[in-house]
Design a protein around this ligand. Structure first.
Ligand code: S3P
Length: 455
């Protein structure tokens, strides 16, 4: 699919002229929560109904998890009420008849490494051309401390052969703040013969911990996390779980609102504090943000978020990202980098080398693309320095997102500010997390700016 993005004139309307009723949007269900709901739900004896608007709005990564579960004998399907899943209990998986293809989804692969290492059968995980280049060894090495037997390729990547073992509880200290690694260990811990403790760098998204606790599994959370496998979930037989909207998708709409000086409300978005550091950054940049109608279900807060781009009267401020912020906005970094192009001065993104290990080398591809756009940018081993200039127009350049969904979206938002129209090839890549991205972008920027009718 090719999408044509046409340039918008920066700050075309002042806040005085603008209609102040917000543009309303909704985003797909949070994919981190949905992966976990499917995987953890499958270990219960409950029947789950997960309401969704349409199967077409579901991220392709989540479909990879559904297919993986199907091959493990778990009943899961789309129906006219959403996604329906029947848990098979902790001993209910069946040996898959073929290797499990996790497609582009790192979360599917890493969480399954944890779940499958304690099964009474062997299995093999593989993935698409991007996923088979991403590191799996560091997860396998942590799980080996519990007795797991996982053979990756020599370069530590998929395909990975998992020889099912009787796992033992262990004390594992994380040196990388990765939610996927943390979750792999926690899920393996459910199959061990004694408690497992995870300590060290555990400050990353905590959906796994929240869900296990709300479903009645044995998990204690303090400065460290302890999983007590002897405690079995006490969920009811029938569960309706409405997954909040994906904050990481909404971030692209908020950034567009700021750059176009519009007021945008995204309804029913996840507000888990381990995901929302991006809002603090928008505030530091000078934008007003507000959460309303906040409720909490299954330990996960969610609400409507409004970003008042229309109230910005000054250029946005530059920002500096490093250290503890990084795991709390890891997926928002590409769009934050796009925002920094238009800030009033130099922004720094340091300590973000994990970005080189995502669906693409996000530091390298962002640096190249920004240079193509005519932005002054310095690539560091562990980050980027971006010289922002307010109200600028970008040079037209080929868009090279490497099939990476978040880069395709971040570069598409930037392309609204190019000197003339820009074509995004392989635009279907956005479906990995946000299949309706271009129609939602068009609602904010104007449908004429975002033409998806090209093939
Ligand atoms: C995710 C964790 C993050 C994030 C990814 C989804 C998850 O990766 O980048 O998109 O659902 O656990 P890390 O493992 O680096 O935290």
């Amino acid at each position: 699919m090719i999408v044509r993005i046409s340039p918008v004139a920066l700050h075309s309307s002042s806040s005085m002229e603008q209609d102040i009723s917000p543009i309303e949007a909704s985003v797909p269900p949070d994919k981190s929560i949905l992966h976990r709901l499917l995987l953890i739900g499958s270990l219960t004896r409950s029947a789950f109904r997960i309401p969704i608007d349409s199967p077409h709005s579901i991220s392709h990564d989540v479909i990879a998890t559904m297919l993986a579960l199907e091959s493990l004998g778990v009943p899961v399907e789309f129906s006219d009420v959403g996604i329906e899943l029947n848990g098979v209990g902790r001993k209910g998986y069946r040996m898959p008849s073929h290797s499990i293809n996790c497609a582009n989804s790192g979360t599917t692969a890493r969480l399954l490494l944890g779940l499958l290492s304690g099964q009474p059968f062997n299995s093999t995980l593989t993935g698409d051309s991007s996923l088979i280049t991403r590191p799996m060894k560091r997860v396998a090495e942590c799980l080996a401390k519990m007795g797991a037997n996982i053979a990756t390729t020599q370069s530590g990547t998929l395909p990975a052969k998992i020889v099912g073992q009787n796992l033992h509880g262990a004390e594992i200290s994380l040196t990388t703040p990765s939610a996927q690694m943390k979750s792999a260990i926690i899920l393996a811990g459910l199959f061990a013969d004694s408690p497992t403790t995870v300590s060290g760098k555990i400050q990353s998204r905590d959906h796994t911990e929240r869900m296990l606790s709300s479903f009645g599994f044995g998990i204690d959370i303090s400065d460290e996390i302890t999983i007590r496998p002897e405690v079995v979930s006490d969920l009811d037989e029938e569960i309706v779980y409405a997954v909040p909207g994906d904050f990481s998708c909404a971030a692209f709409l908020f950034a567009t609102a700021i750059l176009l000086r519009k007021r945008v409300t995204v309804k029913n978005v996840g507000l888990n504090p381990s995901r929302t550091r991006f809002l603090d950054m928008l505030t530091l940049m000078g934008a007003e943000c507000e959460a309303t109608n906040v409720v909490e279900e299954w330990n996960e807060p969610c609400g409507d978020i409004t970003v008042f781009g229309d109230r910005l009267t000054e250029p946005i401020e530059p920002i500096n990202i490093s250290g503890d912020d990084v795991p709390l906005l890891i997926d928002e970094l590409p769009i934050l980098m796009t925002l920094s192009i238009f800030a009033n001065g130099e922004s720094g993104f340091r300590g973000v080398s994990e970005l080189r290990l995502k669906e693409s080398d996000r530091i390298g591809l962002v640096a190249n693309q920004f240079k193509g756009f005519g932005v002054e940018v310095e690539e560091l081993e562990d980050g980027l320095i971006v010289q922002g200039v307010p109200e600028r127009q970008l040079s037209v350049a080929p868009i090279i997102h490497g099939g990476d969904h978040r880069l395709a979206m971040a570069f598409s938002v930037a392309a609204l500010f190019c000197e003339s129209e820009v074509f995004i090839e392989e635009a279907e890549s956005v479906g990995i997390s946000y299949p309706n991205f271009y129609s939602d972008l068009g609602r904010i920027a104007g449908q004429k700016m975002v033409d998806v009718s090209l093939v």
